[in-house]
Design a protein around this ligand. Structure first.
Ligand SMILES: CC(C)(COP(=O)(O)OP(=O)(O)OC[C@H]1O[C@@H](n2cnc3c(N)ncnc32)[C@H](O)[C@@H]1OP(=O)(O)O)[C@@H](O)C(=O)NCCC(=O)NCCS
Length: 139
């Protein structure tokens, strides 16, 4: 992990963050415009983090707290930086920040085409719960 530092997402991170998500297979959606990510940053500046190494963004995590549960989204680590504990550290950082604001349980969702990543989360103490996920885009 070397000289990797965590900091809040900033507007100038938009292009490298989207590029990272694309190369990591995270399917940016219409919620991932520069404006929407800035909106998220303003709402949760301490939970939407980038990992930076020598001025380059090598990881991201987007945490949320809905007043009851914590949520983790957009966990991504640059392919060249994997296997060094960076994702573990990003999750630990957000878990600790969530706990500090009163959260006692963290949830996350995995896209069906990325089911293999469940093994990673299991190593970090996350357990599978067979729920049915439903969604609706608001017009
Ligand atoms: C998943 C991802 C974030 C892991 O990043 P990483 O920095 O390589 O992970 P870490 O080095 O912190 O690994 C932590 C532990 O999980 C293990 N691990 C990593 N990837 C794993 C996998 N695919 N399956 C099982 N275990 C895995 C590591 O061996 C390590 O174990 P240990 O510390 O107990 O020895 C990275 O592979 C990635 O960006 N993938 C593409 C994006 C993605 O799928 N994000 C999740 C969306 S839900």
């Amino acid at each position: 992990m070397g000289n990797v530092q965590f900091r809040s997402y900033a507007p100038e991170d938009f292009a490298p963050v989207i590029a990272l998500w694309q190369t990591c297979g995270l399917h940016p959606s219409r919620s991932d415009s520069a404006e929407r990510l800035q909106h998220k940053q303003q709402r949760d500046p301490e939970l939407f983090l980038v990992a930076e190494q020598d001025g380059r963004i090598v990881g991201t995590i987007m945490g949320s707290y809905d007043g009851r549960r914590g949520w983790i989204n957009k966990l991504a680590v640059d392919a060249g930086q994997r296997g060094q504990g960076l994702a573990r550290a990003l999750i630990a950082e957000v878990e600790q920040r969530l706990k500090a604001i009163g959260c006692d349980k963290v949830n996350l969702l995995i896209e069906a085409d990325n089911a293999a990543v469940a093994g990673f989360y299991a190593r970090l103490g996350y357990a599978n719960d067979a729920l049915i996920f439903m969604e609706k885009w608001l017009a």
